[in-house]
Design a protein around this ligand. Structure first.
Ligand SMILES: Cc1cc2nc3c(=O)[nH]c(=O)nc-3n(C[C@H](O)[C@H](O)[C@H](O)COP(=O)(O)OP(=O)(O)OC[C@H]3O[C@@H](n4cnc5c(N)ncnc54)[C@H](O)[C@@H]3O)c2cc1C
Length: 531
């Protein structure tokens, strides 16, 4: 069963690996956790719903609690402390496009707002109701999860858009295909959510980001149905698919989507490669990306992330040997690990492997084999569970991401980490911040930063620490002209920084699109756009 106040399945427990707590205590100080609010207390805090009964809308307190927040750190703080400032007044689970349209009619009639909900894995406040006068109905699309059509000749699969990652891949796998879109939230996030947030998977370097995979689909908007035909390419004016990508539930509800699929790859492996320092590592991955070598993943950790990863790797017997071996061959405290993925047919992966490894070796890279790669693969969707256990140990962990041209990568990464590391100095707290380049392009890279700090003595104090850190890091991103989000979207948390990227005119264009498709302001107020 899915956890109501943290990430993942309640049955999965990911303990802090041996030595991990000592490592964090050394980096930010020893921590002590307070008790969490109980499920009963949180259920009791759900107010009576003002909604009259309707066949499509449940006002059950459990449903409303489960749909109260997404998965950001502020969401975790709210759910764990029981200080949840707003709940949806009802939750609908439509089973057809006709029911989605009926929900618009109902919302218009009673003056309600609708929040589209895919898997609720947003980390930037996309799905949270605001405190406001109008009633809120969350529209959970999870029952719209079928494979509608598979055009094998065109390699196009059409799904209902509420399908979550595992179900989508399982429905394709029986026919020998894969989409290959694997965000770390794969367990719960949905096709519609990926489209609405312009999501990026761990192997997007090979399979493409969701905007490369989305071929067409259907959006039920408050003013009618928008059909976007599946076209391999078009010069027929601006591409409306690009308007829907990243629309964050403001322009309509994506009910079905066609995606470009491939036969399941014959061969896949992940390799750990060590570099003496960050400069040699970034030079290697930039060269690989600019040479267009067909690897499936490049994930280069900075020295702090490398050390953290090794400390939290959970291989207490193996790690001392790995460490000793690395030091013997001259890879000291500035070493960086690259996780390199190879996916495809055997001939293609062999070719990519030899070309990529040659570039790495030229930059001083030490190819360590697949042991660490296998560990990464095993934990690729489990790592988020660590957030729950770190919380219980008294630590808060959050991530943020941006993308910049190569010429700005070093300066931006340094500025973001410095902003985080110094952010809590005024209150005498240390912050452990580290980063990796997670998605690489010929012209630049995304920088994915993780930061860990001690929880405060109250929810308010923990929230205030987060607010200070998130604000400082976001300002650093804006000052370095990075995007405020490479993959997580805008939601409510990134909204104050969006105008710096889009400009006043750009924001007006988005608002005009919103007004044209949702003139009554029914959909997801306050996300992506201020109104
Ligand atoms: C542990 C963890 C790891 C993550 N890793 C990644 C990652 O690797 N890559 C990445 O890109 N993101 C990642 N994310 C962020 C998140 O998973 C993505 O933003 C994801 O695309 C959201 O999908 P969802 O179905 O959960 O959407 P939700 O969170 O339910 O909704 C997100 C937004 O999309 C809108 N929406 C959802 N479905 C529809 C629909 N059918 N029609 C219209 N609007 C809709 C909602 O209204 C909301 O504005 C991660 C999140 C977590 C918690």
């Amino acid at each position: 069963m899915r956890s109501w106040n943290g990430w993942g399945d309640e049955a999965v427990h990911y303990p802090v690996p041996a030595g991990g707590a000592d490592f964090l205590a050394q980096r930010v100080g020893p921590a002590h956790a307070g008790p969490d609010a109980s499920l009963d207390a949180c259920l009791a805090s759900v107010p009576a719903s003002p909604l009259a009964e309707h066949p499509l809308v449940s006002t059950d307190a459990r449903e409303r609690l489960w749909h109260a927040r997404g998965q950001s750190l502020p969401d975790l703080i709210a759910m764990r402390s029981g200080q949840i400032d707003a709940f949806p007044d009802g939750v609908a689970r439509p089973t057809s496009e006709a029911e989605v349209r009926a929900l618009y009619d109902h919302a218009r009639k009673i003056g309600a707002r609708l929040i589209p909900w895919g898997g609720g894995t947003s980390v930037v406040g996309h799905v949270n109701p605001r405190r406001q006068d109008a009633p809120v109905i969350t529209v959970d699309l999870g029952l719209l999860d079928r494979l509608v059509d598979l055009d094998e000749q065109s390699r196009l699969a059409t799904f209902e858009a509420g399908v979550a990652g595992p179900s989508l891949e399982a429905q394709l796998a029986v026919k020998g295909y894969t989409l290959g879109h694997f965000p770390q939230s794969f367990e719960y996030s949905t096709l519609g959510g990926w489209i609405a947030t312009r999501s990026s998977g761990q192997q997007s370097y090979h399979y493409g980001r969701i905007e490369d995979l989305f071929a067409g689909g259907r959006v039920e908007t408050p003013v009618g149905t928008l059909d976007m035909p599946n076209l391999p390419a078009t010069a027929a004016g601006p591409d409306l698919r690009q308007l829907i990508l990243g629309s964050e539930g403001r322009l309509g509800i994506v009910t079905r989507a066609s995606v470009r699929v491939r036969p399941i790859a014959q061969d896949e492996s992940f390799h750990g490669i060590f570099f003496p320092d960050w400069q040699s590592g970034t030079d290697a991955v930039r060269t690989i990306a600019q040479a267009g070598i067909g690897v499936s993943m490049l994930r280069l950790s900075d020295p702090d992330e490398t050390e953290t990863q090794l400390a939290l790797a959970g291989m207490p017997r193996v790690m001392p040997w790995v460490n000793r071996g690395l030091r013997l061959v001259g890879y000291g405290d500035t070493r960086c690990i690259l996780m390199l993925g190879l996916t495809g047919d055997a001939a293609a992966t062999a070719d990519a492997r030899s070309r990529a490894f040659e570039i790495c070796r030229k930059q001083g890279g030490f190819v360590s084999g697949t042991l660490l790669g296998k560990k990464w693969e095993h934990n690729r969707f489990r790592a988020p569970y660590l957030r729950n256990t770190l919380w219980q140990a008294g630590y808060a962990i959050d991530t943020l991401e941006t993308a910049v041209p190569w010429s700005g990568v070093h300066a931006t990464a340094t500025a973001v980490k410095t902003a985080l590391r110094t952010g809590l100095q005024p209150v005498g707290e240390r912050v452990h911040a580290f980063a990796h380049l997670s998605h690489l392009y010929p012209d630049g890279a995304s920088i994915y930063t993780t930061y860990v700090f001690r929880r405060g003595s109250s929810a308010e104090e923990t929230m205030e620490r987060w607010r200070v850190l998130k604000g400082a890091a976001s300002e650093a991103i804006v000052a370095h002209k990075g995007t405020i989000s490479h993959q997580h979207g805008v939601g409510a948390d990134h909204l104050p920084y969006l105008e710096a990227e889009k400009g006043v005119l750009g924001m007006q264009v988005l608002e005009a699109a919103r007004k044209s498709l949702d003139p009554d302001g029914l959909l997801n107020p306050g996300k992506l756009l201020p109104a």
